[in-house]
Design a protein around this ligand. Structure first.
Ligand code: AMP
Length: 561
């Protein structure tokens, strides 16, 4: 059994380490000393996760609830703790400062003061599980009690990390890349196989245990499984259709539907649907579940599709309308009537016990077509295989005329590469290129907008260090109604506040258009956007999909030509 205190000591060292090689060594050391049972837990903990991203379980603790728990544990008021948070700018330090301010008279907290905790890693995980399982009426009180329990038992070294884990923001700089390399180092396995395992299972904890127990061979055996989402294959932009033909020779072209991605898992009569972020969205989409049960003639299958909301004229409704369906937790049937969805299937990764991802697209397509009964709202996307520019240009124009985004140009001989944005899938869209940037901060408004968050600070990612680098702010393109929606959306991701400035956990992406990219000393990236405007909220995309500094630099260079 490893104590949570030991885990926290290592986290502290990692937090104070700058280079990613040294960090990898420390994480690898951590993976080697914990037991096999503890390994998946620490794998997630170091990345600031309690459960794997795809799991239905979520901690469900926002900053408000956490401050409440700290207030109950310390006897300080929420207001006083908010002041500490403003000063420190970090919930971990806030928890330590707050609980250090307790009077010694409060007997229950003596363990904190004397640092006698013997919490194990497993104890902390089990408590978080209890927190996650507290739902419905009285759940807030129950979550607070569990947090208090942890705070009461924790030592000064542990309190900060418990607070950070509660809101799933560890701040020690460990991301997927470091964890991947650390697993390879700790268990002497190939980095590529760790990466492959992660793309297929979407679960670093499982990959770590597999590497530890069975090495490279076991990693190779990791496969696709119904009920465990696979990372999605992604597309690169192509400047024009000619380039795509030149690169691929012959292309498999489909419409690029204006909708939202859905990964479909079917086993017997059970259907599970995952969003682009690989969150389980089955309960929000009962109409699609029924339609899939009817249309998919397979015992088991994993399929890739775009869900589109069609209006009375057969044209796609705005993307935000679809997301309303995806996010809906109650009254889903009414919403299903208001915003009916159509599914356009374009790929298949698994069929009746067979993993198909290594087969070429044209072969997968045969399997896809063979297992679908066309129905009212489930289609296989039309596909044309050609190298004829005029046919493709025509198809592109048809797609735009029908209100869709453009076309996808795919290599017919390519495998399904989970999690890869490679050259085998290209997208051609007419709109000016935009950037997908992550929101890292905001400002409370003034006048009639005091209760709304506006002026959002944006960041791209430095691919070398994994750090987010600021690249400007966006305040235009946001309606009053949207401002209210966004304030609600971001409220649970607020990390700290200072005056009217709010720091936000990097979680939600904005697609931003702009007039130009300029060099700038005001932002960490070294660039700033001129006249940025919000195009849409990409809360279907995960934070790993944020555009990189390289892309910003490349756009800067190409605009100058
Ligand atoms: P983007 O979101 O701009 O990176 O473009 C890729 C997205 O286009 C995918 O994630 C899908 O959600 C969507 N899409 C629409 N139609 C297709 C299609 N026929 N094949 C693949 N992706 C598609």
């Amino acid at each position: 059994m490893t104590t949570f205190k030991k885990f926290c000591k290592i986290c502290k060292v990692i937090e104070e380490t700058a280079g990613s090689l040294d960090m990898t060594s420390q994480v690898s050391e951590l993976f080697s000393i914990v037991s096999t049972e503890e390994l998946p837990i620490v794998t997630h903990f170091v990345m600031g996760e309690v459960f794997p991203a795809w799991s239905d379980e979520e901690v469900g603790v926002g900053i408000g609830l956490l401050l409440n728990a700290l207030s109950k544990s310390s006897g300080l008021s929420v207001k006083q703790i908010e002041d500490i948070l403003r000063e420190t700018g970090d919930i971990g330090k806030t928890a330590v400062n707050t609980l250090s301010k307790m009077s010694k008279g409060q007997a229950t907290f003596s363990s904190f003061l004397e640092s006698q905790s013997e919490l194990s890693i497993r104890d902390v995980f089990e408590r978080f599980k209890n927190i996650a399982h507290a739902t419905g009426k009285g759940s807030q009180t129950s979550k607070i009690k569990h947090l208090q329990y942890l705070f009461n038992l924790a030592s000064v070294e542990e309190v900060g990390y418990i607070a950070r884990l509660a809101i799933e923001d560890m701040r020690i700089g460990v991301g997927e890349g470091i964890v991947r390399d650390a697993i390879a180092k700790a268990f002497n396995v190939s980095v590529e196989l760790v990466e492959r395992g992660y793309m297929l299972t979407n679960d670093m904890g499982l990959v770590a245990v597999t590497a530890k127990e069975g090495g490279d061979e076991a990693l190779l055996r990791l496969g696709v499984e119904v009920g465990r989402p696979i990372k999605l294959m992604l597309a690169q932009v192509t400047p024009n259709i000619e380039t795509a033909i030149k690169d691929m020779g012959i292309v498999a072209a489909e419409w690029k539907f204006d909708g939202a991605r859905v990964q479909i898992h079917k086993k017997k009569n059970e259907v599970t649907l995952y969003s682009r972020r690989l969150e389980n969205i089955t309960n929000s989409l009962p109409d699609l579940v029924t339609a899939i049960k009817k249309a998919v003639k397979a015992d088991s299958a994993i399929l890739d599709a775009e869900a589109v909301a069609i209006d009375e004229n057969g044209r796609p409704k705005p993307f935000q309308e679809i997301l309303k369906r995806f996010r809906r937790k109650y009254d889903v049937q009414t919403k299903a009537k208001h915003i009916p969805l159509t599914l356009n299937l374009f790929d298949i990764m698994y069929l009746n016990g067979e993993n198909l991802i290594d087969l070429p697209l044209k072969k997968r397509r045969e399997f896809l077509v063979s297992c679908i009964d066309y129905s009212e709202n489930v289609y296989v996307a039309n596909q044309v295989i050609t190298s004829d520019l005029s046919i493709l240009t025509d198809m592109y124009e048809q797609a735009l005329k029908a209100g869709h985004e453009g076309i996808m140009l795919k290599n017919p001989d390519s495998p399904y590469s989970p999690g890869k944005r490679g050259k085998n899938w290209l997208k051609k869209k007419p709109v000016m290129e935009t950037l997908d940037l992550v929101v890292i901060g905001a400002e409370w408004g003034y006048g009639r907008r005091t209760s709304f968050l506006g002026s959002y600070a944006l960041a791209c990612r430095d691919p070398e260090t994994g750090r987010f680098l600021s690249v400007g702010k966006v305040a235009t393109g946001i309606s009053d109604e949207q401002l209210a929606e966004l304030t609600e959306l971001f409220r649970e991701h607020i990390i700290s506040e200072s005056g009217t400035t709010v720091e936000i956990r990097p979680y939600i992406l904005f697609e931003v258009a702009f007039e130009e990219i300029q060099k700038s000393k005001n932002y960490e990236s070294g660039y700033a956007l001129r006249f940025p405007r919000l195009v849409r909220v990409r809360d279907d995309k995960s934070v790993e999909e944020v555009d990189t500094l390289e892309r910003v630099e490349e756009m800067y260079r190409t605009q100058r030509k």
